[in-house]
Design a protein around this ligand. Structure first.
Ligand SMILES: Nc1ncnc2c1ncn2[C@@H]1O[C@H](COP(=O)(O)OP(=O)(O)OP(=O)(O)O)[C@@H](O)[C@H]1O
Length: 231
Protein backbone atom coordinates (compact mmCIF):
# COMPACT_ATOMS: atom_id res chain seq x y z
CA UNK A 1 0.00 0.00 0.00
CA UNK A 2 2.81 2.37 0.92
CA UNK A 3 6.38 1.85 -0.22
CA UNK A 4 9.17 4.29 0.51
CA UNK A 5 12.51 3.98 -1.21
CA UNK A 6 15.85 5.62 -0.53
CA UNK A 7 14.45 8.52 1.44
CA UNK A 8 16.96 11.14 2.56
CA UNK A 9 15.98 14.05 4.76
CA UNK A 10 17.98 16.91 6.27
CA UNK A 11 17.28 19.50 8.97
CA UNK A 12 19.60 22.22 7.64
CA UNK A 13 23.01 20.57 7.50
CA UNK A 14 21.96 17.68 9.67
CA UNK A 15 21.36 14.48 7.70
CA UNK A 16 18.49 12.83 9.59
CA UNK A 17 17.07 10.05 7.38
CA UNK A 18 19.55 7.95 5.40
CA UNK A 19 18.44 6.01 2.30
CA UNK A 20 15.45 4.83 4.23
CA UNK A 21 13.14 2.11 2.92
CA UNK A 22 9.77 1.22 4.36
CA UNK A 23 6.99 -1.06 3.18
CA UNK A 24 3.54 -0.94 4.73
CA UNK A 25 1.52 -3.92 3.66
CA UNK A 26 -2.14 -3.41 2.78
CA UNK A 27 -4.55 -4.51 5.53
CA UNK A 28 -1.77 -4.94 8.08
CA UNK A 29 -0.64 -2.98 11.09
CA UNK A 30 3.03 -2.02 10.97
CA UNK A 31 4.82 -0.62 14.00
CA UNK A 32 7.79 1.69 13.61
CA UNK A 33 10.14 1.41 16.57
CA UNK A 34 13.44 2.78 17.79
CA UNK A 35 14.87 4.85 20.61
CA UNK A 36 14.19 8.56 21.04
CA UNK A 37 15.61 10.74 18.30
CA UNK A 38 16.22 8.03 15.66
CA UNK A 39 13.93 9.78 13.17
CA UNK A 40 10.53 8.12 13.50
CA UNK A 41 8.49 11.34 13.71
CA UNK A 42 10.62 12.85 10.95
CA UNK A 43 9.75 9.91 8.69
CA UNK A 44 6.03 10.38 9.37
CA UNK A 45 6.41 14.11 8.67
CA UNK A 46 7.95 13.27 5.28
CA UNK A 47 5.15 10.84 4.46
CA UNK A 48 2.53 13.45 5.34
CA UNK A 49 4.27 16.21 3.35
CA UNK A 50 4.92 18.30 6.45
CA UNK A 51 8.70 18.19 5.99
CA UNK A 52 10.68 18.69 2.79
CA UNK A 53 12.78 15.74 1.62
CA UNK A 54 16.16 15.74 -0.10
CA UNK A 55 15.59 12.65 -2.25
CA UNK A 56 13.57 9.47 -2.42
CA UNK A 57 10.41 7.91 -3.83
CA UNK A 58 7.14 6.93 -2.28
CA UNK A 59 4.27 4.99 -3.81
CA UNK A 60 0.89 5.13 -2.10
CA UNK A 61 -1.85 3.05 -3.74
CA UNK A 62 -0.06 3.29 -7.06
CA UNK A 63 0.55 7.04 -6.92
CA UNK A 64 3.78 8.91 -6.49
CA UNK A 65 3.12 10.37 -3.05
CA UNK A 66 5.94 12.91 -2.90
CA UNK A 67 4.50 14.74 -5.92
CA UNK A 68 1.49 15.88 -3.88
CA UNK A 69 0.92 18.58 -1.26
CA UNK A 70 0.14 17.74 2.38
CA UNK A 71 -3.57 18.58 1.87
CA UNK A 72 -3.77 16.39 -1.19
CA UNK A 73 -2.11 13.48 0.66
CA UNK A 74 -4.81 13.63 3.31
CA UNK A 75 -7.55 13.57 0.69
CA UNK A 76 -5.80 10.69 -1.11
CA UNK A 77 -6.68 8.63 1.96
CA UNK A 78 -4.01 9.05 4.62
CA UNK A 79 -5.22 9.90 8.12
CA UNK A 80 -2.65 11.26 10.54
CA UNK A 81 -2.69 11.39 14.34
CA UNK A 82 0.34 13.49 15.26
CA UNK A 83 2.50 13.15 18.34
CA UNK A 84 1.00 15.16 21.19
CA UNK A 85 -2.42 14.87 19.53
CA UNK A 86 -2.56 18.55 18.46
CA UNK A 87 -6.25 19.02 18.96
CA UNK A 88 -7.56 22.59 19.14
CA UNK A 89 -8.16 23.29 22.84
CA UNK A 90 -10.50 26.26 22.43
CA UNK A 91 -12.73 24.51 19.88
CA UNK A 92 -15.46 22.05 20.79
CA UNK A 93 -15.19 18.32 20.18
CA UNK A 94 -17.56 18.68 17.23
CA UNK A 95 -15.58 21.55 15.73
CA UNK A 96 -12.36 19.56 16.08
CA UNK A 97 -13.96 16.68 14.19
CA UNK A 98 -15.33 19.02 11.51
CA UNK A 99 -11.79 20.17 10.73
CA UNK A 100 -11.09 16.64 9.51
CA UNK A 101 -14.08 16.82 7.15
CA UNK A 102 -12.45 19.53 5.03
CA UNK A 103 -10.03 16.96 3.60
CA UNK A 104 -12.82 14.69 2.32
CA UNK A 105 -13.19 14.44 -1.41
CA UNK A 106 -16.99 14.01 -1.36
CA UNK A 107 -17.79 17.31 0.45
CA UNK A 108 -19.78 15.52 3.15
CA UNK A 109 -20.44 17.99 5.94
CA UNK A 110 -21.77 15.60 8.58
CA UNK A 111 -19.52 13.70 10.93
CA UNK A 112 -20.06 10.01 10.14
CA UNK A 113 -21.98 8.12 12.86
CA UNK A 114 -19.35 5.40 13.14
CA UNK A 115 -16.98 7.90 14.77
CA UNK A 116 -19.38 8.28 17.70
CA UNK A 117 -20.04 4.53 17.76
CA UNK A 118 -16.31 3.91 18.01
CA UNK A 119 -15.79 6.64 20.60
CA UNK A 120 -19.04 7.11 22.58
CA UNK A 121 -17.25 9.57 24.86
CA UNK A 122 -16.96 12.01 21.97
CA UNK A 123 -20.73 11.99 21.56
CA UNK A 124 -21.18 12.60 25.29
CA UNK A 125 -18.75 15.52 25.17
CA UNK A 126 -19.68 16.89 21.77
CA UNK A 127 -20.09 20.49 22.98
CA UNK A 128 -17.17 20.53 25.41
CA UNK A 129 -13.95 22.31 24.56
CA UNK A 130 -11.13 20.06 23.40
CA UNK A 131 -8.91 21.52 26.11
CA UNK A 132 -11.31 20.28 28.82
CA UNK A 133 -10.91 16.63 27.79
CA UNK A 134 -8.56 14.21 29.56
CA UNK A 135 -5.43 13.00 27.74
CA UNK A 136 -7.13 9.75 26.76
CA UNK A 137 -10.23 11.54 25.53
CA UNK A 138 -8.08 13.94 23.50
CA UNK A 139 -6.33 10.98 21.94
CA UNK A 140 -9.69 9.50 20.97
CA UNK A 141 -10.65 12.88 19.51
CA UNK A 142 -7.41 13.01 17.50
CA UNK A 143 -8.03 9.50 16.14
CA UNK A 144 -11.67 10.38 15.41
CA UNK A 145 -10.58 13.51 13.54
CA UNK A 146 -8.20 11.44 11.40
CA UNK A 147 -10.91 8.85 10.67
CA UNK A 148 -13.40 11.49 9.53
CA UNK A 149 -11.47 11.61 6.23
CA UNK A 150 -12.32 7.92 5.70
CA UNK A 151 -8.65 7.02 5.26
CA UNK A 152 -7.24 3.88 3.68
CA UNK A 153 -4.08 4.27 5.75
CA UNK A 154 -4.07 5.53 9.33
CA UNK A 155 -0.77 6.82 10.70
CA UNK A 156 -0.41 7.32 14.46
CA UNK A 157 2.59 8.80 16.25
CA UNK A 158 2.88 7.37 19.77
CA UNK A 159 -0.85 7.20 20.51
CA UNK A 160 -0.26 5.89 24.04
CA UNK A 161 2.15 8.61 25.17
CA UNK A 162 1.07 10.15 28.47
CA UNK A 163 -2.14 8.14 28.69
CA UNK A 164 -3.47 6.12 31.63
CA UNK A 165 -3.04 2.33 31.35
CA UNK A 166 -6.77 1.53 31.12
CA UNK A 167 -7.19 3.98 28.24
CA UNK A 168 -4.06 2.60 26.54
CA UNK A 169 -5.81 -0.77 26.49
CA UNK A 170 -8.93 0.79 25.00
CA UNK A 171 -6.99 2.59 22.30
CA UNK A 172 -5.17 -0.65 21.45
CA UNK A 173 -8.52 -2.44 21.11
CA UNK A 174 -9.85 0.28 18.81
CA UNK A 175 -6.78 0.25 16.55
CA UNK A 176 -6.96 -3.55 16.34
CA UNK A 177 -10.67 -3.44 15.60
CA UNK A 178 -10.26 -0.86 12.85
CA UNK A 179 -7.46 -2.90 11.33
CA UNK A 180 -9.06 -6.33 11.56
CA UNK A 181 -12.74 -5.56 11.10
CA UNK A 182 -12.64 -2.75 8.56
CA UNK A 183 -9.35 -3.65 6.88
CA UNK A 184 -7.84 -0.24 7.58
CA UNK A 185 -4.07 -0.31 7.06
CA UNK A 186 -2.17 1.10 10.03
CA UNK A 187 1.31 2.51 10.49
CA UNK A 188 2.14 3.45 14.04
CA UNK A 189 5.10 4.69 15.99
CA UNK A 190 5.17 3.05 19.40
CA UNK A 191 7.71 2.67 22.19
CA UNK A 192 5.67 0.39 24.44
CA UNK A 193 6.54 -3.18 23.57
CA UNK A 194 3.46 -4.94 24.98
CA UNK A 195 1.24 -2.52 23.07
CA UNK A 196 3.21 -3.04 19.86
CA UNK A 197 2.99 -6.81 20.24
CA UNK A 198 -0.73 -6.59 20.81
CA UNK A 199 -1.71 -4.43 17.87
CA UNK A 200 0.94 -4.93 15.18
CA UNK A 201 1.53 -7.60 12.55
CA UNK A 202 4.90 -6.31 11.36
CA UNK A 203 7.72 -4.21 12.79
CA UNK A 204 10.35 -1.89 11.39
CA UNK A 205 13.18 -0.72 13.64
CA UNK A 206 15.19 2.44 13.07
CA UNK A 207 18.53 3.50 14.47
CA UNK A 208 20.16 6.87 13.72
CA UNK A 209 17.98 7.58 10.71
CA UNK A 210 18.45 4.16 9.14
CA UNK A 211 16.31 1.08 8.95
CA UNK A 212 18.07 -1.71 10.82
CA UNK A 213 15.49 -4.49 11.11
CA UNK A 214 12.08 -5.54 9.79
CA UNK A 215 9.94 -8.61 10.30
CA UNK A 216 6.83 -10.21 11.65
CA UNK A 217 6.06 -8.98 15.17
CA UNK A 218 6.26 -12.58 16.45
CA UNK A 219 9.89 -12.58 15.33
CA UNK A 220 10.88 -9.50 17.32
CA UNK A 221 13.66 -11.14 19.30
CA UNK A 222 15.19 -10.31 22.65
CA UNK A 223 18.48 -9.62 20.82
CA UNK A 224 16.85 -6.95 18.64
CA UNK A 225 15.11 -5.46 21.65
CA UNK A 226 18.35 -5.26 23.58
CA UNK A 227 20.32 -3.84 20.69
CA UNK A 228 17.88 -1.25 19.41
CA UNK A 229 15.03 -0.64 21.82
CA UNK A 230 15.99 -0.81 25.47
CA UNK A 231 17.29 2.39 26.99
N1 LIG B 1 12.69 20.68 13.61
C1 LIG B 1 13.89 20.10 13.80
N2 LIG B 1 15.02 20.76 13.53
C2 LIG B 1 16.24 20.19 13.70
N3 LIG B 1 16.42 18.93 14.13
C3 LIG B 1 15.32 18.23 14.43
C4 LIG B 1 13.99 18.77 14.28
N4 LIG B 1 13.09 17.83 14.66
C5 LIG B 1 13.80 16.75 15.03
N5 LIG B 1 15.14 16.99 14.90
C6 LIG B 1 16.23 16.05 15.17
O1 LIG B 1 16.10 14.97 14.26
C7 LIG B 1 16.38 13.74 14.88
C8 LIG B 1 15.19 12.80 14.74
O2 LIG B 1 14.09 13.32 15.51
P1 LIG B 1 12.66 12.64 15.52
O3 LIG B 1 11.77 13.48 16.36
O4 LIG B 1 12.24 12.35 14.14
O5 LIG B 1 12.98 11.28 16.27
P2 LIG B 1 11.98 10.23 16.93
O6 LIG B 1 12.57 8.90 16.66
O7 LIG B 1 10.61 10.50 16.48
O8 LIG B 1 12.13 10.56 18.47
P3 LIG B 1 11.02 10.57 19.64
O9 LIG B 1 10.74 9.14 19.92
O10 LIG B 1 11.72 11.27 20.75
O11 LIG B 1 9.83 11.33 19.13
C9 LIG B 1 16.73 14.07 16.33
O12 LIG B 1 18.11 14.15 16.44
C10 LIG B 1 16.09 15.41 16.55
O13 LIG B 1 16.82 16.15 17.50
Amino acid sequence: MLTIENLNQFYGESHTLWDLNLHVEEGKCTVLMGRNGVGKTTLLGCIMGLLPIKSGNAQFMGQSLFDYSAEKRASMGIGYVPQGRQIFPAMTVEENLQIGLSARKDNIKKIPDFIYELFPVLKEMINRRGGDLSGGQQQQLAIGRALVVDPKLLILDEPTEGIQPNVVQEIGDIIRKLNQETGLTVLLVEQKLPFARKVADNFCIMERGKRVAIGNIDDLSEDLIKEYLTV
